[in-house]
Design a protein around this ligand. Structure first.
Ligand code: HEM
Length: 81
């Protein structure tokens, strides 16, 4: 039993607006990035990943492949798949 609550991918898909909260996954972790959306250096493109996986987008925008970005993401972790 881990320290975080477990969510299904279906639950994550329900969080793709600022009103409902913006959740994303990376690996088996779930993040509530609602409070980061307005701070994102890449602007509103971040909403393309809302409710789903970051991987396809971060594969296209390799600027995220840096330790400081992973640490920032980690601050928003709320659960696991
Ligand atoms: C840049 C974080 C999702 C597109 C950045 C940077 C950070 C960041 C910290 C600046 C990196 C640096 O310059 O060292 C995040 C986080 C995300 C996320 C935490 C999700 C939780 C996305 C998505 C896309 C995206 C889904 C595209 C669909 C971009 C682009 C830049 C960028 C294009 C470059 C902006 C520029 O320098 O002009 N992101 N990002 N990001 N991000 Fe994201």
């Amino acid at each position: 039993v881990g320290a975080y609550p477990i969510f299904t991918r279906e639950e994550v898909t329900k969080h793709r607006t600022l009103q409902d909260g913006v959740w994303v996954t990376f690996g088996d972790s779930v993040y509530d990035i609602t409070d980061f959306v307005g701070l994102h250096p890449g602007g509103s493109k971040i909403m393309l990943a809302a409710g789903g996986s970051l991987e396809p987008f971060w594969a296209m925008y390799a600027v995220h492949n840096q330790q400081h970005v992973l640490e920032l993401l980690g601050e928003y972790k709320v659960g696991e798949l």
